[in-house]
Write a protein that binds this ligand. Structure first.
Ligand code: PAF
Length: 282
């Protein structure tokens, strides 16, 4: 594996690969890698002769300093996992000042209204931080394709929107959610759950399944939302939001229209760990 920390050196290495006609796949991560990340890496390896994986805990997308401080960091273990996955990976471990070219600040982006709900509404400035760092990473790596998990579905839509708006020549490849055997969506944050909360957390998946069942039975979005809130009020988890929105514009749904796909989106606290998940309902 080749490991780079400076943008200039990474850029030269990628350019050399591209000159020989190879396509480059890119998997941006914040580390603490799990099978969900490795699924993205494997997909990129299948589709491209060259794959770059970045590990960078991006400070500008955290609205809560404690969350940033406590975000799990296991660099050595991550590098070992990546080496085991494929020895030819290119690893990019950016230095904040080099990546951001000076002051480490988020730029304001127009997300076309996709940030008005859910994560955008509850985590102020989060998506400006995500768009800023992903844009900078794209400039550094210059990939042909970039891989993002559907667990962060709103992030995925916001990045697709940014790529379209900025006319970046990059194909965004969405990858389905990876789940533990009990349904809990894989997340680096799961590592911080207490045993008790780890046991309770699959309730998020179960309630999404319940929402899907109700959607199939013909219940309206507001009836489903009411039921899910009621279920959470009797669970050890604290619901921050449950929303049903169309997949394209992420507009909260008044009713289900025939020609559109809808997802249920949840953010909930398991103790003091905030978890998110989503599922296609229709
Ligand atoms: O999904 C993540 O891990 C992060 O938001 C990303 C895309 C790597 C940007 O920091």
């Amino acid at each position: 594996m080749r490991v780079f920390t400076l943008k200039k050196n990474l850029n030269e290495a990628v350019k050399t690969e591209k000159k020989s006609g190879k396509t480059v796949g890119f998997v941006p991560t914040m580390g603490a890698l799990h099978d969900g990340h490795l699924a993205l890496v494997k997909k990129s390896l299948q589709e491209n002769p060259v794959t770059v994986v970045s590990i960078f805990v991006n400070p500008t997308q955290f609205d809560n300093p404690e969350d940033l401080e406590k975000y799990p960091r296991f660099l050595e273990r991550d590098l070992h996992l990546l080496e085991k996955t494929d020895k030819n990976l290119i690893i990019y471990l950016p230095l904040a000042e080099d990546l951001y070219e000076g002051s480490v600040r988020a730029k304001p982006y127009d997300h076309g209204g996709l940030d008005r709900v859910m994560e955008g509404a509850f985590r102020k400035g989060h998506f400006d931080g995500v768009a800023t760092v992903v844009h900078l990473l794209f400039n550094a790596v210059q990939p042909d394709k970039a891989y993002f998990g559907e667990k962060d579905f709103q992030q995925l839509r916001i990045i697709q929107h940014m790529v379209d708006k900025e006319k970046l020549p990059i194909e965004i490849r969405p990858i389905p959610i990876y789940r533990e055997k009990d349904g809990l969506a894989m997340s680096s944050r799961n590592l911080r759950l207490t045993d008790e909360m780890r046991q309770a957390a699959p309730f998020i998946y179960k309630s999404l399944m319940k929402a899907r069942e109700m959607a199939e039975q013909g219940f309206t979005p507001s009836e489903i939302k009411q039921k899910i809130r009621e279920l959470f009020s009797r669970s050890p988890l604290e619901l921050e939001y449950f929303e049903i929105a169309d997949e394209k514009k992420l507009k909260p749904a008044g009713d289900f229209k025939e020609n559109k796909h809808y997802r249920g989106f949840i953010a909930a606290y398991a103790g003091n760990i905030r978890l998110i998940d989503n599922m296609r309902l229709k």
